[in-house]
Design a protein around this ligand. Structure first.
Ligand SMILES: [Zn+2]
Length: 272
């Protein structure tokens, strides 16, 4: 028998059988700026490029986890903020997430991650906080969540909306964090979105390992991602837990478990 990877001596959780509806949430991802609008520029770096790459990679992780993703742009084109908001409204998106990088009037004077929302107290705020905290755990300064009711993409969207400033583009320190742990940043943002969606209703997660040491969890995460599995790490009850996928339908989780087991992993199905 293969034992689930662990350095924590945690026993397996019983599998529960339940019929639940499918993960149907649609997330609109908005890569800030584009085309003639470069956003922030620092040395050879243009915000519009960082935003587009980040949006596409975050979108891939969300799609692997069963989320329906729409994009306001998938190439270097310009759309007005109003057009972006309307596109999300017309597609019936459940959440709107705009990804940007920040800039200060003077380079290397400010750093950190910061998120904007229309109004405090809703699902947008929860999502923004989750994303900020995940980014903070990667070394970014957490500058908090701010209300920006006049930003068109927040004001004109009819669903919870968040604008994330994923570090300062004109900060060498933030760019180092961004480039050296890019995959971690993609996961941090995707996970913040996923956790917010999934906290709303029951779902199944496939747990592959439980660790006291974060480095052990990260090692397993890299192994899983390297083999093409949709993996992520959650810090919960004092342990670093490695999961591969979260699903509304138990059958979907069981299919993934089967593939993981064929690859030599011991899995546990966890219902939230
Ligand atoms: Zn921007």
């Amino acid at each position: 028998m293969i034992e689930q990877k662990s350095d924590a001596g945690i026993s397996c959780i019983e599998r529960t059988e339940m019929d639940v509806s499918k993960l149907a949430e649609k997330v609109a991802l908005d890569a800030g700026h584009g085309g003639r609008d470069y956003g922030a520029v620092y040395e050879n770096r243009r915000e519009k490029d960082d935003n587009l790459k980040l949006v596409q990679d975050v979108g891939d992780v969300l799609e692997q986890n069963g989320v329906d993703v729409m994009y306001t742009r998938t190439s270097d084109v310009y759309h007005t903020p109003y057009e972006r908001a309307m596109a999300a409204n017309n597609e019936g998106a459940d959440y709107f997430v705009s990804l940007h990088r920040n800039a200060f009037p003077e380079p290397n004077q400010a750093s950190g991650v910061e998120s904007f929302i229309y109004r405090q107290g809703g699902d947008g705020e929860k999502m923004a906080k989750a994303i900020n905290e995940n980014m903070e755990s990667l070394g970014f300064v957490n500058r908090g969540v701010e209300e920006r009711p006049n930003l068109v993409v927040l004001k004109r969207t009819q669903m919870p909306a968040v604008l994330v400033q994923a570090g300062y583009l004109d900060s060498l320190e933030d760019n180092r964090l961004f480039d050296n742990n890019y995959e971690g940043i993609v996961q941090a943002i995707a996970q913040g979105i996923l956790d917010s969606i999934l906290s709303q209703q029951p779902y199944y997660k496939v747990q592959v390992g439980v660790f006291r040491m974060e480095s052990n969890a990260r090692k397993l995460l890299e192994e899983l991602v390297g083999e093409g599995f949709p993996a992520y790490v959650v810090f919960e009850d004092g342990y670093y837990k490695v999961f591969a996928g979260a699903f509304r339908e138990m059958d979907d989780a069981v299919d993934l478990e089967k593939r993981l087991r064929e690859n030599g992993y011991a899995t546990v199905l966890v219902k939230n």
